[in-house]
Design a protein around this ligand. Structure first.
Ligand code: HEC
Ligand code: HEC
Ligand code: HEC
Ligand code: HEC
Ligand code: HEC
Length: 173
């Protein structure tokens, strides 16, 4: 019997294309979860072109362990009235009208037993944000995944270079 190779080939290609297209719908299988934020915030516009310091929005980064993500009020200090015709900007006032905080999603999160302090690194260690978070000031849209892969080896490599502690108990509670 003569096999219809051209039909089999087309079938194989069709299945391959289908798998490639639907793969992003199954992040748990491909191991790449995509994070989507409630507003398409533009870091480049605010931190780059307009030159606002990171602390305008990440207000506890120099004082606390955590950096903090901006509350609706922080955005409203400048966006109480429309500055642009961008519908993403209008969303700020829609959250405010509903008295809701903007539900930003975290990209970076350490396991619960790991201790990390922003103040220690930013103020005492004088480490730049970009050394740990990459080129955030150049992002036009919220990153869907971490720009820097913050593994234990990554922390330890810098600690060795900077002569900071590599004692297990320094980082693990
Ligand atoms: C210190 C003032 C200030 C703060 C705080 C601020 N913005 Fe803006 N934002 C601006 C200015 C100025 C523009 C640019 C207007 C223009 O392009 O003419 C802008 C533009 C925007 C735009 C349109 C961007 C584009 O690419 O067209 C969006 C969306 C936006 N901001 C969202 C936010 C959100 C969300 C927050 C809170 C996390 C925030 N902004 C906080 C001043 C601010
Ligand atoms: C005007 C407000 C604003 C300014 C200024 C700003 N950010 Fe942000 N930042 C945000 C918002 C809103 C988010 C959440 C949406 C996103 O990821 O774009 C965010 C998210 C982040 C995150 C991801 C945190 C996580 O785990 O979810 C990092 C890292 C970050 N910003 C770093 C910076 C750095 C570094 C600067 C200064 C160069 C900066 N940001 C300036 C508003 C701001
Ligand atoms: C030495 C590395 C390092 C430096 C420097 C650093 N970060 Fe982070 N950042 C981290 C780590 C690690 C996390 C996750 C912390 C956790 O889950 O406890 C994080 C989380 C964040 C978050 C989200 C969670 C939160 O803490 O609210 C924001 C926003 C953020 N960083 C902004 C900044 C900004 C802005 C700067 C500079 C002023 C900065 N970071 C400097 C390593 C760093
Ligand atoms: C780019 C360099 C760099 C990276 C990356 C880095 N650190 Fe650090 N870390 C430092 C420096 C520098 C100090 C010392 C700060 C000072 O002078 O107090 C420090 C200090 C610390 C301390 C205090 C140590 C003590 O003596 O008690 C802890 C805890 C810590 N880091 C945890 C972490 C963790 C957890 C990570 C990874 C998620 C990390 N660091 C990533 C540079 C870094
Ligand atoms: C400079 C900070 C730092 C030091 C020092 C450090 N760790 Fe970690 N460790 C981390 C971070 C951050 C993670 C989570 C990220 C990852 O899994 O890569 C982690 C993860 C782990 C995990 C996986 C379980 C978990 O907590 O998620 C084990 C086990 C561990 N560390 C053991 C150790 C031991 C044992 C030492 C001492 C020889 C040590 N660590 C020293 C930062 C550190």
């Amino acid at each position: 019997m003569k096999l219809p190779w051209n039909i089999i080939l087309r079938f194989v290609i069709a299945v391959a294309v289908l798998v490639a297209i639907t793969a992003p719908l199954f992040p748990s299988l491909t191991g790449r979860a995509n994070i989507t934020q409630p507003i398409a915030f533009n870091h480049k516009k605010h931190a780059g072109e307009l030159g606002f310091p990171c602390t305008t929005c990440h207000q506890s980064v120099e004082a606390r362990t955590f950096a903090g993500l901006p509350q609706t009020e922080t955005c409203l200090t400048c966006h109480a009235a429309a500055l642009t015709k961008n519908p993403e900007e209008e969303k700020i006032r829609q959250f405010a009208a509903k008295k809701e905080i903007i539900p930003w999603k975290r990209i970076y999160r350490m396991p619960p037993d790991v201790f990390f302090s922003h103040r220690r690194h930013v103020v005492l260690g004088k480490v730049e944000c970009a050394a740990c978070h990459g080129k955030m000031a150049e992002q036009l849209v919220p990153p869907a995944r971490p720009l820097v892969n913050q593994t234990m080896n990554w922390c330890i490599t810098c600690h060795q270079e900077r002569r900071a502690s590599v004692d297990c108990n320094a980082c693990h509670k």
